[in-house]
Write a protein that binds this ligand. Structure first.
Ligand code: 1GP
Length: 235
């Protein structure tokens, strides 16, 4: 199993969306570093387990991004726990977490748990409306959240979440410059090779979601695009 720190390209699969076996095989065998199972609504234990067992036919790393406590199940390589730093209610920052830890804290394998400091930036996204995220943020606001995530809370991951729209490159670059050790996840609106390449140059890890369900061929092409950029950066 790869350490998640080495992940450069990730597909995010929503248990509440249909994906056929052939498409799933192509995604899992695409050379992506990992598949994250996660969604904003309609995530249940049943659809999570079904997707997990289908993904487990392949060797790809698989993580659960927890959005519903009832849908948590053993069997994933990692459990990503988001805390939405710009949410308007403590439930999304610490509230649900407190409930979950009361229930599972003593039995959790903490080596598999990865905290993500989220900053949600698309006001029209489901996650923004659910969490009441304040998305009217400028670069200073967002980089301050990045600093808080990394230096105050010591979260290993800062997630710039534009879910549904392509983000501002300058914003991603400013955040990357601010972070010294936290891993920068970028997600949102990657629906072309060019966008995948651009964000691969700016962020540590590129998360590809929606396009999987709209244009599988293009989704698959983003793997190579991201890997090519990351490979060049290493040279
Ligand atoms: C969603 O960040 C991911 O949580 C990916 O975003 O669905 O817009 O690709 P898209």
């Amino acid at each position: 199993m790869n350490e998640y720190k080495a992940w450069r390209h990730v597909f995010k699969l929503d248990p509440n969306k249909k994906i056929d076996d052939d498409a799933l095989e192509q995604l899992c065998e695409s050379g992506t570093d990992a598949v994250i199972v996660g969604g904003t609504d309609g995530v249940t234990l049943d659809n999570t387990l079904q997707l997990l067992s289908r993904i487990r036919q392949y060797a790809v790393d698989c993580a659960l991004e927890i959005s519903a406590i009832d849908a948590v199940t053993p069997g994933f390589d990692y459990y990503f726990i988001p805390t939405v730093l710009n949410a308007d209610h403590p439930d999304w920052i610490v509230g649900m977490h407190h409930e979950a830890i009361k229930e599972f804290g003593k039995t959790l394998n903490w080596d598999e748990v990865v905290m993500e400091g989220y900053c949600v930036l698309n006001p029209a996204s489901k996650v923004a409306s659910l969490t009441g995220a304040d998305t009217a943020l400028d670069s200073e606001d967002v980089t301050a959240y990045a600093m808080m995530a990394e230096r105050m809370f010591h979260f290993p991951v800062f997630y710039l979440e534009y879910s549904g729209i392509y983000g501002e490159l300058e914003m991603v670059q400013a955040v990357k410059k601010t972070l010294t050790c936290a891993q920068l996840f970028y997600g949102g609106g990657i629906d072309s090779v060019a966008k995948a390449e651009e964000m691969a140059r700016a962020a540590d890890t590129v998360i590809v979601g929606n396009v999987i369900y709209q244009d599988l061929k293009t989704a698959l092409k983003t793997v190579k695009a991201v890997k090519k950029v990351m490979h060049k950066a290493k040279q």
